[in-house]
Design a protein around this ligand. Structure first.
Ligand SMILES: Nc1nc2c(c(=O)[nH]1)N[C@@H](CN(C=O)c1ccc(C(=O)N[C@@H](CCC(=O)O)C(=O)O)cc1)CN2
Length: 285
């Protein structure tokens, strides 16, 4: 039987309705959650994502601002902007859209964002808290992935989860989150030997490798949950994931589509983090 499709679009819609209600409640207490997104340069995909973030904020009542900086912006100028936003009491969340132009050191920039305003969950303080199981602002895509797995109502505890890709944004943090849910986690990457054989052991397979349709049915155990984190834009303009959807859906139990799977959850979790940051900063439960 073909897999059930986990619609991130639908899940995101339900969560955003709840977040809208939460924002209205906060506003009654005199708190309007505020997000500032910094976009350096004119990368076409980044411009799309930043616009999607601004629209999503507007829809649920979060105050948002996009600061657009020239692609030749210096690291010092960007740091100065972040320092200003760290001090601004009306800004609860700061996000620097990635990737950054090559003259700017991404790590240095992430480290400059105040951890309590780091709604991406990328700051080493927040990553460290996640790693040791403390409450913190969770990285958006990994947290969205967990939410989608929960939608299947299949218990994560004791399952073998294989994560393909070890990026700081997705692979590593999603592995920590799955571990926190008591899965047995195998983290794999481009140097892993016999990847298909390892992937085929997974009850839960998370694919975040950034290679269009690389994961075929040879990587998938029949009945596995398959989460596709890839967003690859082909020359034709078509957006595909890292998983060969049409053939893998025939053997998986659940699968996320691209588009409409993990992507919409990333922005939803960003909204959630912005509200969470506002609540923390204003000491609201
Ligand atoms: N500071 C950050 N930079 C980047 C992040 C991030 O989480 N924080 N992630 C990605 C880009 N990204 C958000 O910024 C993002 C990517 C994709 C989607 C999405 O909804 N994709 C749609 C397809 C959209 C399309 O047609 O292009 C989908 O999958 O349905 C949302 C956010 C890198 N940078």
């Amino acid at each position: 039987m073909a897999a059930q499709i986990i619609s991130g679009k639908e899940v995101a819609k339900t969560i955003r309705e709840e977040l809208k209600r939460e924002t209205e409640e906060l506003k009654k207490k005199g708190i309007t959650p505020g997000l500032t997104v910094i976009l350096v340069g004119d990368d076409p995909a980044s411009q799309i994502y930043v616009n999607m973030k601004a629209k999503a904020c507007e829809e649920i009542g979060i105050r948002s601002e996009v600061i657009r900086m020239d692609r030749s912006t210096s690291q010092d100028d960007l740091l100065e902007e972040i320092n200003r936003l760290n001090q601004d009491v009306n800004v609860h969340g700061i996000l620097v859209q990635l990737p950054l132009p090559k003259q700017i050191d991404e790590k240095l920039i992430i480290n400059a964002i105040s951890p309590e305003k780091d709604v991406d969950g990328f700051h080493p303080v927040n990553v460290g808290k996640l790693a040791i199981g403390e409450n913190t602002l969770l990285p958006c895509t990994p947290n969205g992935i967990l939410e989608l797995i929960r939608q299947t109502e299949i218990e994560i505890k004791g399952k073998h989860a294989v994560v393909i890709g070890r990026s700081n944004i997705v692979g590593k943090p999603v592995s920590f989150l799955l571990l926190r849910e008591n899965a047995t986690v195998t983290m794999t990457h481009s140097k892993t030997k016999d990847l298909p054989a390892i992937a085929k052991q997974a009850d839960i397979l998370v694919v975040a490798i950034g290679k269009p349709e690389m994961v075929t049915k040879e990587y998938v155990k029949p009945g596995a949950i398959v989460i596709d984190v890839g967003t690859n834009r082909l020359e034709s303009g078509k957006v595909v994931g890292d998983v060969k959807f049409d053939e893998v859906k025939e053997i998986a139990s659940f699968i996320t589509p691209v588009p409409g799977g993990v992507g919409p959850m990333t922005i939803t979790m960003l909204l959630k983090n912005t509200i969470e940051a506002a609540k923390q900063i204003h000491h609201v439960k």
